[in-house]
Structure formats: structure tokens, C-alpha cells
Design a protein around this ligand. Structure first.
Ligand code: PEP
Length: 288
């Protein structure tokens, strides 16, 4: 069974003065079994967020803590790249990292080759990547959405050496046994930060298209969580979680709001319970 994941991308928001308290408050309000929660603050807030989440008042029982992720990692390991952060620098600060976010593809011109190198560097550092893919509106209107997204998946993952499920990394709330070494976030660019979310059925169709490419590449697609991202809120998350092909969400704007995160993770918790119950053959599971 795939992990249900809710990851918050804080983007260029919060400061070291306020990020710890926000992280603590989100952790307190989202203690739900069965959901992997990840907060991705700006680089300069990683340390304070990690410390806040390790404090006894929010550190949860086994396996249910909140993980820390970075929002980017450089494609090189060291060198003359002013202002950049390499994977080895993140060790001890982040257990997850967002790779290939559309804002970086757009603003920093990230290429498939660079994104592939970022993934490899993250894995070598023991950091779990969330690979973002998604089409722009013109691609969708031209009927090219699937082809574009499948091309991004191929570009990032052809020839990739993904660590085996059994490989462990240190750090995080309670060790990382069983957590995926690759998560993919389908984020249609036209839905990011616009208040205009995709339909659940479209996200599910794209998840199926992504899994076809993974299988083609020899990556066991049934083990790879696929998240939806793009204007997710507590009011629309159910539409995505109702799709068995979708395993959670990458949340931007709403992840800065404690009440929103509480609502989103609560819904994800119901989904996780329902999926676990189906797996165990129970019939009286709560429906998502
Ligand atoms: C994102 O940044 O990945 C994102 C999905 O943003 P938002 O939820 O604000 O659309």
C-alpha cells in the first residue's frame, strides 16, 4: 500500500523568527495516524523548523512525527555556484526535498538533465525527493498535457538509480523505514497559486499516464506515491483523495494556514484509514 502524504511548500514565506512557531502549531493540529506530513520551509528556516518539530511538546509517538523538507537542491555537489545549496549541505537539515518545481523550471530555467542530477544528488545524500511535473495551460489546451508531463517524467528518471525500499537514512521523526525514495507531485502549472484547481478525475488520469511511463522505465509504479498540487485547500482536497491513484497533496498557499493544514491532514487521515481498512478487508471503514 502506498503512503498517504501531505507536504507543505512554504515557498519564499516565513523567517527564522516565525517559522518555528508556525511549524509547531501545524504539528500540534495535524497529529493524525497514517499520514506522512512534511513541511518545506525556506533554506534559512530549515534549522529552526527542525528544532521546533523535535521539541517534546510536538514530537509524536512512533512514526507519526512531521518531516522537514527543502524546496530545492543544486544539480552540482560543490563549486562556483553563488547562492546555491548542494545536497551534502542539507544532510542533517532536511530529509525530503522538492525537485523540479514549476516555479524553478520557469524562473531558474531548470532543465530535465539538471533535475535528473538533483534527484541523484538527493538520493546519494539520503534525502527523499518529491519530483514535480506539470503542464502549462497552453499544453493542456493543445491536447498535449499528457505528452508534456510524460516527457518530464522520462527526462528526470530515465536511467535513474533509485535506492531500494530497504535502504534507510538517518534523521527525521522516527527513522524512515518504509518511506518511498521517490514521490511524484503532479502540479498543473495553471493551477498553482491561481485558486483554480484541476478536477480530481483529470489528476487521476494524469497519475495513470505517469505510472505508464514509470513502468516503461522499469520503475515499479505501484509503489510510487503520486500527489496532486495546485490550489489545494481543505475544501477541495476530498476530490483528489477520492481518487485511488492520488496519494495526497503538495500544498502551497494553504500550507501557511494552520486551520487549512489541520483540515487537509484530517481528510487525508480518513483516506489513509479507509485505504488501510480496504487492504485488510474490513467493510466498516470510514469513507474519505
Ligand atoms: C505549490 O507551490 O506546489 C502549490 C501547489 O501551490 P498552491 O497550493 O498555492 O497552488
Amino acid at each position: 500500500m502506498r503512503t498517504v502524504i501531505i507536504a507543505g511548500n512554504w515557498k519564499m514565506n516565513t523567517t527564522p523568527a516565525d517559522a518555528g512557531e508556525l511549524a509547531r502549531e501545524i504539528a500540534r493540529r495535524t497529529r493524525i495516524d497514517g499520514v506522512v506530513r512534511i513541511l518545506c520551509p525556506p533554506f534559512v528556516c530549515l534549522d529552526v523548523v527542525r528544532a521546533a518539530l523535535a521539541s517534546p511538546e510536538v514530537a509524536s509517538p512512533a512514526g507519526s512525527g512531521v518531516w522537514v523538507g527543502a524546496q530545492n537542491v543544486h544539480h552540482a555537489l560543490a563549486g562556483a555556484y553563488t547562492g546555491e545549496i548542494a545536497a551534502p549541505m542539507l544532510v542533517g537539515l532536511a530529509d525530503w526535498v522538492i525537485v523540479g518545481h514549476s516555479e524553478r523550471r520557469r524562473d531558474a530555467g531548470e532543465t530535465d538533465a539538471q533535475i535528473a542530477a538533483k534527484l541523484a544528488n538527493a538520493w546519494n545524500a539520503g534525502i527523499r525527493p518529491i519530483l514535480c511535473v506539470g503542464e502549462v495551460l497552453a499544453d493542456r489546451e493543445a491536447g498535449q498535457a499528457e505528452a508534456v508531463v510524460q516527457g518530464q517524467v522520462r527526462g528526470a528518471l530515465a536511467g535513474a538509480s533509485i535506492p531500494s525500499a530497504a535502504t534507510t537514512s538517518s534523521g527525521g521523526p522516527d527513522g524512515a523505514a518504509g518511506l518511498p525514495w521517490l514521490t511524484i507531485a503532479y502540479e498543473p502549472v495553471w493551477a498553482i497559486g491561481t485558486g483554480r484547481n484541476a478536477r480530481g478525475s483529470d489528476a487521476a488520469a494524469m497519475a495513470a499516464a505517469i505510472r505508464r511511463v514509470l513502468d516503461d522505465l522499469g520503475i515499479e509504479s505501484s509503489t510510487i506515491p503520486i500527489l496532486y498540487g495546485g490550489s489545494v485547500t481543505s475544501a477541495n482536497i476530498d476530490e483528489f483523495l477520492a481518487e485511488p491513484a492520488i496519494d495526497g497533496a503538495l500544498v502551497g498557499g494553504a500550507s501557511l494556514k494552520v486551520d487549512e493544514m489541520a483540515g487537509i491532514v484530517a481528510r487525508a487521515g480518513l483516506t489513509a484509514q479507509a485505504r488501510a481498512a480496504v487492504r485488510h478487508g474490513a467493510s466498516d471503514a470510514p469513507r474519505p
